[in-house]
Design a protein around this ligand. Structure first.
Ligand code: ZN
Ligand code: ZN
Ligand code: FE
Length: 762
């Protein structure tokens, strides 16, 4: 007989870990106890040596589906003479914390019960169990127990309680467990009045969707706006009311077979679609799929997802003459954060939704849907949110408590504690008061649930970012050190950390981006860096080009194209699309602006280079959402075109005059748009390869980091990586965090951590 004390850290709460341990202990005839603490799970057992060993081995080899064990330590203790095995009450330890499970899609068992007429939870929209359902969005504080969630308002009925107390049951200690008798319910509201509840509400909602109406539907992390995605009229009216003219909308279908009707899906895309996180997967749209063109016009990709709550399943359940594909887009007005409380939704969405499908399970922390695509059989994230946050990223070494404020667009923030970096869910574009408010709320929430008090704050070099201003004000108020971090250095460090990089070795960073402030006060974005967590050198960059009107040029690719022509000394010939976009008077003003350097900040941005090319090729002169011109140009690319245009290096600048000259020659020769778009892309692929070879020769460095928003371009990524591989480079790209500014906070955090260590070493 031996005694053991076992301490486990990781995602081990709210995922059925204690019942799993209980069952396992019974199986191996061990006595003792298990309990949750604010720090993880602790187990004490008495038993035969071999049984105890096998018990421990089983814990690590086959944990419950949602569990994630980071560390397991066991200690010998004297046997305690326990008479049975028990699950103890949770205990709270000051300052300790435990990672919290993200929200997970409904599991197969619950799905079966949902459609089983003999089950007490038949068609109950809030069915869940230990292996699925809401977690992060309903947790107010730790430890994760029902009274500290938004389920506190729903006392369990006898039936639910029995399951909750039964260690052999799938719902043993499942905190959100509920049934029609005791749990949350749904209703339908029109003009602020409840018109139906329960199943009637669902049926009425379905009828309205069928009739082409727009519904606000409360989901897991917030409200969606839904309508029939095959109806042009419905989609157009949703766009008009939401003030979202062209940005693609996500859709939801009942199952994979239906998804295949609308998208061409590879095996790995199907795996991502069906994964327990149920993200929005960006996949190739089928031209003849039957979806309204207005859902994602000018785009060859469609953001598609499967139902992830029981309510979604009931909403999408197939029926004759009922739409098999629904638009499900975050419910907000243009760029504000997603609506998540009933009152907030009623107030803000009044002018958009014809009806509201509400329920009374409160969402404590709002969260958007995750958006990703497949790259080489793995997830490549565009927006990291539901199902992923707040799952921490493991750090190579323990870190002090740092807050990294993130960037302006697609903001996320990041906090460290012990070996974890908690990268927040997608907050949004920090450009309005509402988003700033949700940012501050989320920071306070993460600090509370993970027991973090930052001793240092890091932010972007750009003083105008609201995140930088938040960081500055807070460091003043709390007398904390502030680290200002260059945007593209942060991209590089984010990609290193994403790949678990734990070294001071120098790497090459090909950071292709929309924009970010450089230490020289110009806007960077086409950067070839040498660096590591500790610092960087700017080795090569795209030529600096004036941006007439600054921000105005970002919204009008035609302006950027005109500036590029002007800089290359190419005449403004009216047969060129961007030239003809402006009238004589506008051209005169533009020329005066450029000649006199009046409000023409310089930029080396790769994003702007793509804009200029898209405008010249005639794809788009003005954009309605970020990167629209580049996205539409990428959509035109064909795989069998190998042509490209040359670039030249002059000192540290990459000159594109020859590229423009040859592109314009092709335009005048009436080469098809798709070929022009592909040749432009190939030019960038080749340029990256050439500069990489040159830098390797100069530095001997063979490791290349690919980061920055432009790397969301899948044509660019999938053509550059093989070419670099052929030249035997070791290539790091993103896996756990987005390549765009949604990943930047992780990089800021790593750089700040490194600076701290350096200053401590003296
Ligand atoms: Zn379940
Ligand atoms: Zn119940
Ligand atoms: Fe960026």
């Amino acid at each position: 007989m031996v005694g053991k004390r076992i301490e486990i850290k990781g995602i081990v709460q709210g995922v059925g870990f204690r019942p799993f341990i209980y069952t396992l202990a019974k199986q191996f005839k061990l006595n003792g106890w298990v309990k949750n603490t604010s720090n993880g799970v602790i187990i004490e057992v008495d038993g035969e040596t071999t049984s105890v060993d096998q018990f421990i081995q089983h814990i690590t080899s086959s944990p419950p589906p949602l569990a994630h064990i980071d560390t397991l330590e066991s200690f010998d203790i004297p046997p305690n003479g326990h008479k049975d095995f028990q699950i103890y009450e949770s205990e709270s330890i000051q300052g300790a914390f435990v990672p919290i499970s993200p929200d997970m899609a409904i599991c197969d068992d619950c799905r079966r019960e949902l459609f089983d007429p003999d089950n007490p939870r038949f068609r109950y929209p809030f069915i869940n169990c230990t292996n699925c359902g809401p977690r992060f969005t309903i947790i107010k504080d730790i430890p994760y127990d029902r009274p500290l969630t938004t389920m506190a308002d729903f006392p369990m009925c006898g039936f639910c309680e029995e399951e909750y107390e039964d260690p052999a049951n799938r719902r043993f200690h499942a905190q959100p467990v509920a049934c029609p008798t005791c749990g949350p319910h749904m209703w339908l509201e029109i003009n602020g009045e409840e018109v139906a509840d329960h199943e009637n509400a669902l049926q009425r909602a379905r009828q309205m969707l069928k009739d082409g109406k727009i519904l606000a539907i409360k989901g897991l992390g917030g409200f969606h706006l839904a309508c029939d995605a095959s109806s042009d009229a419905a989609v157009q009216s949703l766009r008009a009311r939401k003030h979202r003219s062209e940005k693609p909308l996500a859709v939801m279908v009942f199952d994979t077979a239906t998804a295949q009707k609308y998208c061409e899906l590879s095996q790995s895309e199907i795996a991502l679609l069906e994964s327990k996180e149920k993200p929005i997967v960006l996949a190739r749209k089928r031209i003849a799929g039957g979806i309204s063109e207005a859902v994602a016009s000018g785009n060859n990709q469609l953001g598609i997802m499967l139902p992830y709550t029981p309510l979604h399943l009931l909403l999408l359940e197939p029926q004759q003459d009922y739409p098999d594909i629904l638009v499900m887009t975050s419910a907000n007005l243009s760029e504000e954060p997603i609506a998540y409380t009933n009152s907030d939704a009623s107030a803000r969405l009044e002018s958009i939704a014809d009806a509201f499908l509400m329920h009374d399970r409160d969402i404590h922390m709002r969260i958007d849907d995750t958006v990703l695509s497949d790259f080489r059989g793995q997830a490549y994230l565009a927006r990291r949110a539901r199902g992923f946050a707040p799952q921490p990223i493991r750090l190579p070494a323990p870190a002090p408590m740092i807050l990294a404020a993130g960037a302006e667009l697609k903001n996320t923030f990041c906090m460290s504690k012990d070996n974890y970096a908690f990268l927040s869910h997608h907050i949004g574009d920090l450009e309005n008061a509402e988003t700033l408010h949700s940012y501050e709320e989320a920071i306070a929430h993460y600090e509370r649930i993970f027991r973090i008090r930052p001793s240092v704050i890091a932010c972007d070099l750009h003083p105008d970012y609201l995140a930088s201003q938040y960081a500055e004000q807070r460091t003043c108020r709390e007398e904390l050190p502030l680290f200002l971090i260059q945007h593209h250095h942060a991209h590089l460090a984010a990609c290193l950390a994403d790949n678990g990089w734990n070294s001071d070795e120098q790497v090459m960073g090909v950071i292709l981006d929309g924009t970010g402030l450089g230490p020289d006060n110009s806007m960077w974005g086409g950067e070839f860096l040498l660096g590591n967590y500790g610092g960087f050198e700017r080795k090569y960059h795209l030529q600096s080009t004036p941006l007439p009107g600054g921000d105005a040029a970002t919204h009008t690719p035609a302006r950027t194209a005109m500036a590029n022509l002007w800089q290359a000394g190419i005449p403004w010939d009216e047969t060129l699309a961007p030239v003809s976009y402006f009238n004589d008077e506008e051209r005169t003003i533009l020329k005066q602006q450029l000649d006199g350097s009046i409000n023409t900040p310089l930029t080396s941005s790769m994003g702007r280079l793509f804009d200029a090319a898209a405008a010249l090729i005639g794809i788009r002169q003005k954009i309605n959402y970020e990167a629209q011109a580049a996205i539409e140009m990428e959509a035109l690319c064909v795989d069998d075109e190998k042509g490209y245009y040359p670039v030249f290096v002059e000192q540290d600048q990459i000159k594109v005059d020859a590229l423009w000259q040859q592109l314009i020659r092709d335009i005048k020769n009436q080469i098809p748009t798709a070929i022009l778009a592909t040749r432009f892309h190939n030019s960038i692929v080749n340029m990256i390869h050439e500069i990489a070879l040159r830098m390797r020769e100069e530095s001997g460095i063979n490791i290349i980091v690919l980061s920055g928003g432009v790397w969301q371009n899948k044509y660019l990524l999938s053509h550059t990586v093989p070419l670099l591989e052929e030249s035997t480079f070791q290539i790091l790209w993103h896996h756990q965090v987005p390549t765009n500014d949604g990943g930047i906070a992780l990089g800021q955090l790593m750089i700040a951590m490194h600076s701290l260590e350096k200053s401590e070493r003296g």
